[in-house]
Each structure stands twice: as structure tokens, then as C-alpha cells.
Design a protein around this ligand. Structure first.
Ligand code: ZN
Length: 487
């Protein structure tokens, strides 16, 4: 089946054709690791996880690269303010790399709870300073950057004379110039829309590296240009990220690649839309900033309860990734109900008895749902189809519809492939039951060994088992007909 994806650059849906079939290069902008992962991190991670899973299902060999920004992301997009990680390090009196490490681990934990697959490579900006310096040298050599007081800036106007700055975001360069503040003559930049490729470090700036121009640090946009092409080649297939990164981050990435190599590095640009909370943009100043941990624990004044990672995931997948998505308790509670119906259907499927003939057409589920997913990741249509089948599975279990052995086998594998393999919804309840059953069986096994030891008058062993279990918080009660236990 063909996969079509909406390309932000051409503003239309295109049939996906890999540059070097069967290999596919996928690059997604990862987190700047200076705070707890929040709702805004969940949507791109889940969107591109589905893409990664679907591409693999389509038999492509996918290299999925997602970076970790641990240097160079300043507080303001206008190359001003402190480095976000250095600032957090200063406030917490820690090394910047301790901050990066702490929040990278928290990000990974949250992504694992959301059951997203880890990327093939997860490069860090601070580990690729040499590559970034080499890229700056190329851009300087081609005349699209200039040095100013030890810093290097990208010359946007000069670039725009030959190429098209604004092609991705649709912004017009004249408007951008008039809407940014006027330079006062003291500024290092020639033009307010120029952006930093290298910044000379102030004496108080902690993260610093030597370069031909000064001791300093790279501009934020540079890392993704350098690392994507290092690991995926040039050009590569798909570059993804949140819509908030289209400008300036991705616009600048395009300019950097074209200025360095005379050609674009990316074939398809994909962007997920933003999340709002009760209709408002999420922001620390608005008091509606919710971390994933707060969501999973229900620990935020805007939340009436906790929501499981899979509830969040199902909720995100019920909207198309290019639509806005509004979070509210009501919407999340509806998703929670949907999730338990979905998992109940998965359990029912294992118990349905086959009949001599089928009154349902099992091929319909795969055809409709898979076609929708291959149509620019239309997860809401795929899920609507899956929920139609949740109803059908209920009818089958009640005997209102019938299914043959062969059809049942097809239905089980289709349902599981769609729900668990491609949409990546892990069955939290099933996993729990599995663990509970295993623990129960292990207890029976251990206590039977103890019973045998007692029968053999080996009281040392039987007492040891009882005492060791007590240390684990398990109380064993001897009964005439055997044993009982409780935690
Ligand atoms: Zn990036």
C-alpha cells in the first residue's frame, strides 16, 4: 500500500517515495532537556512513533534519529538571553550536564510509559560541536555568513537574494524585517533577522568550546542540520517536529543546508499541531502547564483525577496530528472509557467460539483502518473503524453474529496488529493481570516446596521459606488442608 504524507514544504499530500528504497531516514527534533517532560512533548513523540511503526510495517528499513538539545537553545529566539540548560543549572547549583542528564532520563521514562519506541540514534548537540563548526566554515566560505566580534551570524538578506528564505513557513522577508526591532548600531548583527551560527561566550557563560572565531557555543538551529545529515546522509527522507518549530528553527535549518551545500537536505517536512488546555495555549504563566508525571498521578489543580499513559495516548490519537487538540477532564474521561472498551474487546476476542459460517466481513477492519493510517496517518478514522469492530466483537461474543475459525484467526491478528503494533497501545490491564497471575503461580510453587519440606521433617528449609517471605511482606498461614498467604 502507498503511504501518503502531507509535506509542509509543498503544502500538499504526496505519495511517499524513499530516496534510497528500502531505507528510510527519519529525523525528529527532540527535547531541550532543562525541565520535566510535559504534554507538549507527548504529541510529537506519539505522532512520529506511529509513523516509525507504520514505516516499519510497510517493510522499510527505518533509521529514526531524534536529537537531545543540551546546549545552544537560548531563552529567546532572537539569540538573546541565557542558555536554557545553563540557566537551570545556575538556579539549581548543578553542572549543566547534570541538568541535561536528569531531564533526559525523565524524558526517556515518560516516553517508555507512553510505549513509544526508542529512536535508532539519539545524538546530543554537545557531542557534535566539531560537525557544527565544520558546517559554519562551509557557510562562511560560500559567503552566507559573517563574523562580528567573535560571533558568526547567518546573512539572511544575502541568502534571500539567491534562494528563498521563508519558503517553509510562508513568511515574507520584508514583513519579518519590519516586525522585528530596529538595530541600534551597537548590535553585532547586520540585520535583525540574521541568526547566530556561533556565539562568543560571555565570561559567565559556562558551556563553551574553542572554535576558529572565539571560545563560544553553537546556535540552536545548527545542531539539527549537522546531526541529521551526519546520520541520515544528504538529502534524507523525512524531517518532523512540532508546528511551533516551523519558524524560526526549521526555516533556519533549510537556509543553513542550502547555504552550505547549494541544495536542500530534506525531502518531506512533517509537523504536528499544538495542544491546548481548555481552549488555551499551554504556558507556565497561564498556570495550565501540566507535566506528564502530574497527568499520570492526577497531581495538578486542573485535573480531577489521574490519567494513565495509554489514556493520554488514545486521546492524542483520536485527533489527526495536523489538527489542534484540546485537553479537558471530560475529553480525557471519555478516552479512558474508550480505552477500557478497547481492552475488554481484546480479552473477549480470546474467548469467542467459532461457528460454521461468518455473518461478518473481517477484511473490512484491515482495509478501512490500514488505508486510513496510510493516508497521512489518519488515526481518528482508523480508531473509529476499530471501535466499530469493538461493537462487532461484543455481538460475536453474545452470539448475535457468527464467525468461522479462519475468520476469527484473521480478526485476532488484524485487531492486535492495528491496536498494539501500529498504534502502540500497550494493554496496561492485560500486563497487570499477567503479572498478578505469574506472582500467584510462583507463590503456589514456593509454598508447595515448603509443604514438601515439612512433610520430610526438613523444618530448617520450611522455616527459612516462611521467614524469607515474611521479609518480603508475605504472611504464610498454615492450614489443615495446606496453606494460605497474603501480602
Ligand atoms: Zn531541531
Amino acid at each position: 500500500m502507498n503511504l501518503t504524507i502531507y509535506n509542509t514544504l509543498t503544502r500538499k499530500k504526496e505519495v511517499f517515495k524513499p530516496i534510497n528504497e528500502p531505507n528510510v531516514g527519519l529525523y525528529v527534533c527532540g527535547p531541550t532537556v532543562y525541565g520535566d517532560p510535559h504534554l507538549g512533548h507527548a504529541r510529537p513523540a506519539i505522532t512520529f512513533d506511529i509513523l516509525f511503526r507504520l514505516l516499519k510495517h510497510l517493510d522499510y528499513k527505518v533509521r529514526y534519529v531524534r536529537n537531545v538539545t543540551d546546549v545552544g537553545h537560548l531563552e529567546s529566539d532572537a539569540d538573546e538571553g541565557e542558555d536554557k540548560i545553563a540557566k537551570k543549572a545556575r538556579l539549581d547549583q548543578l553542572e549543566p550536564m547534570e541538568i541535561a542528564q536528569r531531564y533526559t532520563i525523565r524524558y526517556h521514562d515518560a516516553m517508555k510509559m507512553l510505549n513509544t519506541l526508542p529512536p535508532s540514534i539519539e545524538p546530543r548537540a554537545s557531542g557534535h560541536i566539531i560537525e557544527q563548526i565544520e558546517l559554519i566554515k562551509k557557510i562562511l566560505k560560500n559567503g552566507f555568513a559573517y563574523e562580528s566580534n567573535g560571533s558568526i551570524y547567518f546573512d539572511v538578506e544575502k541568502y534571500h537574494e539567491k534562494y528563498n528564505y521563508g519558503k517553509l513557513s510562508g513568511r515574507v522577508i520584508e514583513d519579518m524585517i519590519s516586525s522585528t526591532r530596529k538595530l541600534d548600531g551597537q548590535d553585532e548583527k547586520r540585520n535583525s533577522i540574521d541568526f547566530a551560527l556561533w556565539k562568543k561566550a560571555n565570561p559567565e557563560h559556562i558551556m563553551r568550546w574553542p572554535s576558529p572565531w572565539s571560545i563560544g557555543f553553537p546556535g540552536w538551529h545548527l545542531e539539527c542540520s549537522a546531526m541529521s545529515t551526519k546520520y541520515l546522509g544528504e538529502p534524507f527522507d523525512i524531517h518532523g517536529g512540532g508546528m511551533d518549530l516551523v519558524f524560526p528553527h526549521h526555516e533556519c535549518e533549510i537556509a543553513q543546508s542550502v547555504a552550505a551545500n547549494g541544495k536542500e537536505a530534506v525531502r518531506y517536512w512533517m509537523h504536528n499541531n499544538m495542544i491546548t488546555i481548555n481552549g488555551q495555549k499551554m504556558g507556565k504563566s497561564l498556570g495550565n502547564f501540566i507535566t506528564l508525571e502530574e497527568l499520570f498521578e492526577g497531581n495538578h489543580k486542573m485535573l480531577t483525577q489521574a490519567y494513565s499513559p495509554m489514556t493520554i495516548k488514545l486521546f492524542i490519537l483520536q485527533a489527526h496530528y495536523r489538527s489542534t487538540l484540546d485537553f479537558s477532564n471530560e475529553a480525557l474521561q471519555a478516552a479512558e472509557k474508550g480505552l477500557s472498551r478497547l481492552f475488554a474487546a481484546a480479552r473477549l476476542l480470546t474467548k469467542i467460539k467459532p461457528s460454521a459460517n461468518s455473518t461478518v466481513n473481517v477484511n473490512e477492519l484491515w482495509e478501512k483502518a490500514y488505508t486510513a493510517l496510510c493516508d497521512d496517518l489518519n488515526s481518528p478514522i482508523a480508531l473509529a473503524t476499530i471501535f466499530d469492530w469493538v461493537r462487532i466483537i461484543n455481538s460475536l461474543s453474545e452470539g448475535k453474529e457468527t464467525i468461522t475459525q479462519a475468520d476469527l484467526k484473521t480478526l485476532k491478528s488484524t485487531f492486535n496488529t492495528l491496536v498494539f503494533d501500529i498504534l502502540g497501545l500497550a494493554n496496561e490491564q492485560l500486563a497487570d493481570t499477567k503479572h498478578t497471575n505469574l506472582a500467584g503461580n510462583l507463590m503456589e510453587m514456593i509454598l508447595n516446596i515448603r509443604l514438601q519440606a515439612k512433610a520430610n521433617k526438613d523444618f530448617a528449609t520450611s522455616d527459612k521459606i516462611r521467614d524469607d517471605l515474611a521479609k518480603l511482606g508475605v504472611t504464610v498461614k498454615d492450614r489443615k488442608d495446606g496453606f494460605d498467604w497474603e501480602i
